[in-house]
Design a protein around this ligand. Sequence first.
Ligand SMILES: Cc1ncc(COP(=O)(O)O)c(C=O)c1O
Ligand SMILES: N[C@@H](CCOP(=O)(O)O)C(=O)O
Length: 482
Amino acid sequence: MKYISTRGHAANEQFCDILLGGLAPDGGLYLPEVYPQVSATELAAWRHLSYAELAFAVLSKYCTDILPEELAPLVSSTYSPQAFAHVRAGQWIEDITPLTKLGVEKGAPLSLLSLSNGPTLAFKDMAMQLLGQLFEYVLKRRGQRLNILGATSGDTGSAAEYAMRGKKGINVFMLSPKGKMSAFQTAQMFSLMDDNIFNIAIEGVFDDCQDIVKAVSNDHAFKAAHSIGTVNSINWARVIAQVVYYFKGYFAATKSNDEKVSFTVPSGNFGNVCAGHIARQMGLPIHKLVVATNENNVLDEFFKTGVYRVRTSENTHHTSSPSMDISKASNFERFIFDLMGRDAVKTAALFKQVEQEGFFDISATPEFVSIEEKYGFVSGRSTHKQRLQAIREVFKDYKQIIDPHTADGVYVAFQYLEKGMPMVVLETAQAAKFEQTIHEALNLPTPRPDAYVDIEKRPQRFESMTANVDLVKAYINKNVNP
Ligand SMILES: Cc1ncc(COP(=O)(O)O)c(C=O)c1O
Ligand SMILES: N[C@@H](CCOP(=O)(O)O)C(=O)O
């Protein structure tokens, strides 16, 4: 399998190269030359696989430069009960991404696909645990080191740090928006004292952090000299690891492969729902992909109007679903590349316009008009009030405490229920990470795993910085070459 860039100027690379490379050298994002297809026979056989077996089946189609006998143990040790088995409502559950059937609403079976059972209680663990294994394997094979530079709005950071802590040859430099994550999320990252973990609190919003990651990655000399890699969904490996649970969720929600399923995905950087798009392109019978945003509704605006208008830091709201406080959805470029018939020239021109003018408008194109029919995408947005309402209703009707991001998903999913069509909402984090909002909605304490009791009281270590690329580079340089 060869990989190409959405902007058309990268040498055709193999999986292990793009795993370490992150952003393509022309500033674009990597994608496979073609999406591998899943035949009807394969889909029938996959229905009965365990999560680890399914992950191996999907990943084998993409990681073609890793021998199957070497990939298989990496995947099976990642998706093991040690990392993902959990207790819910007093019950010990070994299923890695269990589907909780809530009930039938407006004639549609409604379920939650629970993705936040890993070590840091958010869906990011599903991919990040695998990335940790893949990085270690490839770096050892090549005798290289890696300095990961990441941006987080709350969950990617801790998932990456827990997956990479103590790993030989890997450092993690993680940028986060100062004072904008929940107290739990902040403590989860900043309480780590491992020598290879560096937390940097940036005065700004998530987009400022992501812009710095891209600027550092686009400085090819610095990137090469400091072996810079990424763990955000810029990195293709993140996205394919997330493709797996769409297959798992589909099988759990249906009895036969003749059925279709809609998925609602709480969205910010467009990585999670992009994985759904790729599963659909591979042949998974997905009906609708519902993009649910919070008050930072750049994506909802695009799917409703054809105008993609990024917002400035000042116009990015600090909300009660803070991990989705994103106004420049970096992964969105992969979908636009597909939408534009995989035309890298058109894609590069559109994103150049975003850089220069802050928007593009494709409302008058046949491509935009075809989106729902051809790709199944629809969208909606939720606000603080609607988020609280969804938390209350799911608790009242189904006795489940959902987190604020999942609540945005549930609220928007209700607008797209169709009689007889299963609707699966992706549960992206556990409520424990956002207890202030849960308390506001339910006036109840949120149970949390023993390992996290009083985490907010632990000592914290982090560096504060203004949103300045040179300061970040100097900090990396100082710590990599002390
Ligand atoms: C809990 C939670 N839900 C939803 C999202 C949005 O996912 P994506 O950025 O892949 O669109 C994030 C952050 O990415 C998150 O941490
Ligand atoms: N919401 C994320 C931010 C970025 O998403 P990613 O999937 O591109 O890493 C977070 O919580 O950190």
